[in-house]
Design a protein around this ligand. Structure first.
Ligand SMILES: C[S@@+](CC[C@H](N)C(=O)[O-])C[C@H]1O[C@@H](n2cnc3c(N)ncnc32)[C@H](O)[C@@H]1O
Length: 324
């Protein structure tokens, strides 16, 4: 069971909620990078002069920024928060609307996925920012251990892993996502990276491999924070899906997966992220699986687990599986 950190007070929650909302909004407005690079003036944020000034004053009071002439700049503490902004964007930008409607979702007055939804674009952008900092060094270290030329990234979001890995090793790739907003974001990122000749983005349900053209030609499959979407339909469905992937791959091919473990899996019980993550996933009636469960699923599907790595993303694991 998760241990509750005793020193928190209700005012820490108020501060966390407000900072999360404000910083995520600044990222959504596209001004957070400017703040980090050159500092920010109130008029760069928007036309509501009273509120923009109050916002910069608030961030100053909370030690995120400090005044510097006509602008504010990130403090040293502000820089550490900025480096981890992906968690805030993922939560507030991605799930903020659903969290505001939480009461209605509890009573059933409104239904998630019908009356209210997550914002997939900000889920994808937040995930990418988290991934770049807390996952990528571990991913690239694992990927350097074997050779591959064709990657499929299932549930690719904005395709940041796919783009970075294709750049790193000169591979080609397909990115598949069910969300039009994610695909649009991914296509923009691929174009920005100058990789349109090597990476194609396909809008499709990756849960049905028949809808993924080219899947039988790949030798590395990525499924980062996607397989729990398949697990939603049951453990047997997950194993059958992994078996289908296994059968489409050549011998010696690899699969890289990342997932967050459910609450209660960490030996010291000091869980930073997974209780909140598990609750957001419960909006979609999704549950999480621990390391033993993932090992079992891959093994039953005919893969060997080559390695399991603990990245900096709290309570996450990266699984490297290999087809014998
Ligand atoms: C948490 S995001 C992870 C994105 C990316 N893999 C990453 O780690 O940054 C999960 C992604 O899976 C996509 N997704 C969910 N169900 C899907 C399905 N059935 N087929 C394809 N994509 C799906 C969502 O649209 C979303 O972009």
């Amino acid at each position: 069971m998760s241990k509750v950190r005793a020193q928190t007070s209700v005012f820490d929650y108020m501060q966390g909620y407000t900072l999360c909302t404000v910083l995520s909004a600044l990222e959504e407005l596209g001004v957070l990078d400017a703040l980090a690079a050159d500092g920010l003036r109130a008029e760069q944020i928007g036309s509501n002069e009273f509120l923009t000034r109050a916002t910069l004053r608030y961030l100053t009071e909370r030690g995120i920024v400090a005044e510097d002439g006509d602008r504010v700049r990130l403090t040293e503490f502000g820089r550490t928060v900025y480096a981890d902004r992906g968690y805030l964007v993922w939560l507030s930008g991605g799930y903020g609307e659903a969290m505001t409607a939480f009461g209605d979702l509890l009573t059933g007055k409104r239904r998630f996925g019908e009356d209210i939804d997550r914002n997939v674009r900000w889920v994808a952008v937040g995930s990418a920012e988290i991934g770049q900092k807390d996952m990528w060094p571990y991913v690239v270290d694992l990927a350097r251990r074997f050779k591959f030329q064709h990657i499929a990234d299932l549930g690719c979001g904005n395709a940041h892993y796919l783009i970075s890995l294709c750049q790193e090793v000169g591979a080609r790739g397909i990115g598949v996502d069910i969300s039009p907003a994610s695909c649009k974001e991914a296509e923009q990122e691929v174009a920005k990276a100058g990789l349109t000749d090597r990476i194609s983005i396909i809008e499709a349900d990756a849960g049905d491999l028949k809808k993924v053209p080219g899947i039988d030609g790949v030798d590395l499959v990525f499924t980062f924070f996607f397989l729990h979407e398949v697990l939603e339909h049951g453990f047997d469905v997950l194993v059958a899906y992994l078996r289908q992937i296994q059968q489409s791959l050549p011998a010696g091919a690899h699969m890289l997966t990342a997932e967050v473990a459910p609450p209660g899996c960490e030996a010291d019980g000091m869980e930073l992220f997974t209780p909140e993550y598990a609750l957001t996933q419960a909006l979609m009636e999704q549950r999480l699986l621990g390391e033993d469960g993932w090992r079992k699923a891959f093994t039953e599907a005919g893969f060997e687990i080559a390695d399991v790595v603990t990245p900096d993303l709290p309570e996450a694991r990266i699984y490297l599986a290999r087809k014998p």
